[in-house]
Design a protein around this ligand. Structure first.
Ligand SMILES: O=P(O)(O)OC[C@H]1O[C@H](OP(=O)(O)OP(=O)(O)O)[C@H](O)[C@@H]1O
Ligand SMILES: Nc1ncnc2[nH]cnc12
Length: 186
């Protein structure tokens, strides 16, 4: 369940820093180098699979765009469905939406109203248990908006999971769901 220091190092070392992207002063955490490193990607996904096997989740919700990658692999490994939390204007059916601000701008996310079952409930009639996943939490604005969407449609966000958290931005403050970050950057 806990990640060994060696495995943590493998994952951390596979992510590169790109200074001044997309704006001056931002140090961008580039996870493309994690994805192209088969050992690091497998180490990460093995860890997340082991952690979430016992949670009896109904769905994984992944945030546009990098949360789709980790979320869909994890959903497949856990044998459950994947729900995309998309940037505004991309989903074709009836949606609910939330506006938010992030480290370098403003945006809006949406989900389909029936993404987690009718009224957000699974076949037993209980609210669907959802794990929210994204690559990175900075200010937490995107993820908080996504948790609000999950609540709005009647489902339950059991935990929000990030590969990396920029802890110095205090994104966890005011978060209504438990947060798990594989790597915390101080
Ligand atoms: O905690 P926050 O301050 O809200 O920032 C975190 C969000 O920012 C990045 O996505 P981005 O909006 O850059 O979109 P992208 O994945 O499409 O590049 C990242 O993947 C998170 O979704
Ligand atoms: N510094 C950063 N690196 C990568 N993605 C981000 N999203 C918000 N801030 C980010």
């Amino acid at each position: 369940m806990t990640l060994s220091p060696e495995d943590k190092t493998i994952i951390l070392d596979s992510i590169r820093d790109i200074p001044d992207f997309p704006k001056p002063g931002i140090v961008f955490k580039d996870i493309t180098t994690l994805l192209s490193n088969a050992t690091a990607f497998k180490t990460l996904m093995d860890h997340l699979t082991e952690r979430y096997l016992g949670y009896e989740l109904d769905y994984i919700a992944g945030i546009d765009a990098r949360g789709f990658i980790f979320g869909s692999v994890l959903a497949d490994r856990l044998g459950i469905g994947f729900v995309p939390v998309r940037k505004k204007g991309k989903l074709p059916y009836t949606t609910v939406a939330e506006k938010y601000s992030l480290e370098y701008g403003f945006d809006e996310v949406e989900i389909h109203i029936d993404a987690f079952g009718e009224n957000g409930c699974c076949t037993t009639g209980e609210p669907s248990k959802v794990l929210l996943i994204d690559d990175l939490m900075a200010t937490g604005g995107t993820a908080k908006a996504a948790v609000n969407l999950i609540d709005k449609v009647g489902a339950h966000c059991v935990e929000a999971c990030f590969i990396m958290e920029l802890a110095f931005l205090n994104g966890k403050e005011g978060f209504s769901a438990p947060v798990y970050s594989v790597l915390e950057i101080e």
